[in-house]
Design a protein around this ligand. Sequence first.
Ligand code: XMP
Length: 472
Amino acid sequence: MVFREKLPQGIVVTFNDVILLPGYTEVDPVEVDVRTRVSRNVWINVPIVSSPMDTVTEHELAIQLARLGGIGIVHRNLSTDEEVEMVRKVKEAPPYPVYTFCLDASQPARDALSAMRELAVDAIPVVEAGRPVGIVKKLDVLRNPDEPACKLSRRPVIATVDENPERLRRLMLENDVDIVVLVDSQGRYMGFVTVWALEYQRPFLPCLDSEGRLRVGAAISPFDKERALKLDKYADVLVLDVANAAHEKILTALKSIEKEITADLVVGNLGTYDSTIRVLTKLEKIDGVRVGIASGSICSTGVVTGVAAPTLWAVAQVADALHDQGIEIPVIADGGIKTPGDAVKAFAVGAWCVMLGRVLAQAHESPSPIIAVGEKKYKYYRGMASPGARQRRYAIDRYSRKVKDIYEGVEGLVPYAGPLENIVKEFVSGIQAAMGYIGARNIPECWEKAKLALVTVLGRKEIEPHSIRLEL
Ligand code: XMP
């Protein structure tokens, strides 16, 4: 299979230039298996990787994304200790959502009702001086809404916060309760887990390491060995975070790191066949590649410098180079992926998974606060080579090398899209629908079966909603 031959020849095309052609299919979307790898040894259950950007991936998003089956890559616009701390937080987080709401023993029981409704549970923990003393049940609250919570409280089922999901499920069934109260090793209240939180893992199994902890990646600089070695103790994947990895100084610096790390090493970004071959010959350890230069929604590299390797085109180039060298490692398509269809177009030319920036910056769990402009809600999103991000980096990272005096990224607002769970569910369903049309049961079948064709500007308009007012 030569992936470059799937694309129109003699021109460089991007996601919007091509369409996926439907094929004969025996596959229903729900049957499509989207499991894949992000690097040689790291499996993910949904093919979504978050960009290491300071408006996309900190521990909160990484925790939730791993719970949903993908993997987050923590950004490096932080001190080494801060980045290590964020990675550790992901490793220490339970692989299911924990709610921290509780009633103080003296609070009226009625205060539990809205949380019960929202979380679809029949009980809420009661806490006194930081320790759980009981739970209040819905029927008791409805009968005696004005009583203090401690008067209605019943014996809670308690487990430590690191208890495994299977045992928690069993505890709920054996004790006929739909919440388990979680404490730390000192018996202090940490939150509670609901039967639904455990159940909702079903469509998306969490992305876990061999010890049952959530998986996480971390961005590294080739010039900061100390940081890479510290992160190596906790992260599953270290992701080189430079605009163009095919650079003599970068590869020389990386050589001294690659020998000493045990986590998988993803190298990028890469953009062309030839540069990939050069990089492969220089490095001994390479467990995955991050591909695409200047396609990102916040990138201005292409405009400022005129240099670009748009992601779709670049993926075909790099996947072919790896194939010709007999190297089978995951290809991560990175930059410009706006829709599930774009992701499947990337799979068509050899990608194993996609890295998303803007799509995930819109999530509730991304680092930016929600910004209200009139009636509408937004989140802040910026390129890592934008003025704001660069200023922060030079202030904290003594290893950043100021080798150019221009900005290659922009900053702005993106619409707030609510919980990550909804975004990921919708994105994965879209991927499954597209693969259903193609007749591909999984991503490797997509490499074989998916066909792309050039579409004209008018054709592109026709396949978008048209001839209707869309305000409703
Ligand atoms: P999307 O389109 O998902 O792209 O928002 C995210 C990817 O864009 C890259 N990135 C940048 N590229 N200047 C660039 O040229 C920047 O300031 C910048 N910041 C991020 C990166 O690969 C990311 O995953």
